[in-house]
Write a protein that binds this ligand. Structure first.
Ligand SMILES: [Zn+2]
Length: 445
């Protein structure tokens, strides 16, 4: 006998109670200027959040809700999807220093909480994490988010014993030795390419990161016959392969065999409009990744926005770092013109640009902070603020296959960033963080 026939009275009570119960944890963000994440701008809009998800997005005058819903009047403030960093290396940087000794569950969570304080809802750590620890952390945070951004991981591959930059390679090897888990999987020939893709599919991690770089001669470059079979089998297994490439010339073949995206732009004269067009045709994305080279010349410790990331003692240290850092290093006009030309090529070809910082691969390139600085560089080089924000939200979510975040849209997770000033007028207004919600929960500092 169906439950409803046995207990009609109980069911009736449940139906009466359900809306009331729901109303308790529902949140209405009223009178927002919504920057949706796909290029759309919605003025005077209200967003209803229930059970951690966006339940309605409507004109503020038209949305009728239960009286018990918690209301927050944004008074025209700017509501965006939480940002996404599509290229980072979690775990090695701590507020104490950088290296393998800091890698572990607690520091990973600390890094992700720092991202969240900067308005980031998800982070892609690109091939430098021990597989089992990465999976365990994802499960732990899915069950209990702990004010942390969502971590996404890739399995890293290069020629056996190689991949990350030489200094970083030593650290990944040390973490492997200490944890007994695998970070880097060697790839030696076409047969192994197929085996490796199947191995990753079985692990349940949807991304593979490959390094195609000889590191100026100190490493061997991953061979096309190794990565071709890997990518082909990865596609059969519905995995995406993202590439660290040193040279734009390597991108032609990588695109041909199905690379899903590039974690460095390598923008410059070799990044021709033909290459941009080929990238767009293939549907691959580009993470320009400009800040790593540029910001590391700055004495960023004096920037008050860094207070969200680091204790005063560390900011003090960073403001004194003098190894080639300057307060405002001058831009080389020739290099700037090359970057602007390459960026304009990407925009004209309508390539999907995605925000990524490479934060954590080297010391003192702070998580979250560097994402906001990358947005500034995007705009300086010719992107509109709206295009820059799409790169950090909708585009990033789509290419990282996170279809439940990255847009202000019904059904998506309520990972939200509220800004007190208009980022479309001045991209530096992404620093004016009024509130961050992750899964509908207001971040508590
Ligand atoms: Zn990287």
């Amino acid at each position: 006998m169906p439950f409803s026939q046995r207990c009609p009275f109980l069911l009736a009570i449940l139906f009466v109670l359900a809306p009331l119960l729901r109303a308790q944890d529902a949140l209405l963000l009223e009178n927002a200027t919504v920057i949706r994440g796909d290029g759309a701008l919605l003025e005077n809009t209200s967003v209803l959040v229930e059970n951690g998800r966006i339940q309605a997005v409507a004109d503020s005058d038209q949305l009728a809700v239960d009286a018990q819903v918690t209301r927050r009047d944004l008074g025209g403030q700017y509501l965006l999807p939480a940002l996404i960093d599509a290229h980072a290396h979690l775990g090695y940087q701590s507020s104490e220093g950088w290296g393998a000794e800091y890698y572990g569950r607690e520091n990973l969570i600390d890094n992700l909480q720092q991202y969240a304080r900067y308005g980031f809802g998800a982070v892609f750590s690109a091939g430098s994490d021990p597989d089992e620890m990465a999976l365990a952390l994802q499960q732990e945070l899915a069950a209990n988010p702990q004010n942390a951004a969502r971590p996404l991981f890739a399995i890293g591959m290069g020629p056996p014993g190689q991949g990350p930059n030489d200094a970083f390679l030593i650290q990944t090897a040390a973490v492997e030795a200490r944890t007994g888990m695998t970070i880097l999987r060697g790839l030696d020939g076409p047969v192994q390419g197929i085996e490796r893709a199947r191995e990753v599919a079985a692990l349940g991690i949807p991304f593979i990161k490959i390094w195609v770089d000889d590191r100026g001669g100190s490493q061997e470059k991953l061979s096309p016959d190794s990565y071709s079979t890997l990518i082909a089998e990865a596609m059969r297994q519905r995995l995406a392969v993202f590439v660290h490439q040193q040279s734009p010339e390597d991108m032609w073949h990588l695109l041909e065999v199905g690379a899903a995206g590039f974690l460095h732009g390598r923008l410059g004269p070799q990044f021709t409009s033909e290459l941009a067009a080929a990238t767009a045709r293939a549907g691959a994305f580009i993470v320009p990744n400009l800040g790593l080279a540029e910001l590391r010349r700055e004495t960023i410790g004096r920037d008050p926005f860094l207070a969200r990331a680091l204790p005063a003692r560390e900011r003090q240290r960073l403001s004194q770092v003098s190894n080639q850092r300057q307060i405002e290093p001058p831009l080389d006009p020739e290099r700037e013109a090359e970057l602007r030309a390459a960026m304009s090529g990407l925009l004209e070809a309508d390539v999907d640009i995605v925000l990524g910082t490479d934060a954590g691969a080297l010391p003192d390139h702070p998580f979250g902070y560097t994402g906001h600085r990358e947005l500034e560089i995007f705009v300086r080089l010719g992107m509109s603020p709206m295009q820059a924000l799409v790169a950090a939200t909708g585009n990033a979510a789509r290419h990282l296959r996170q279809n439940d975040i990255g847009l202000i849209e019904v059904g998506r997770r309520a990972d939200l960033l509220i800004l007190a000033a208009n980022p479309l007028e001045d991209i530096r207004n992404t620093r004016r963080i009024a509130a961050v919600y992750l899964g509908g929960q207001l971040l508590t500092p």
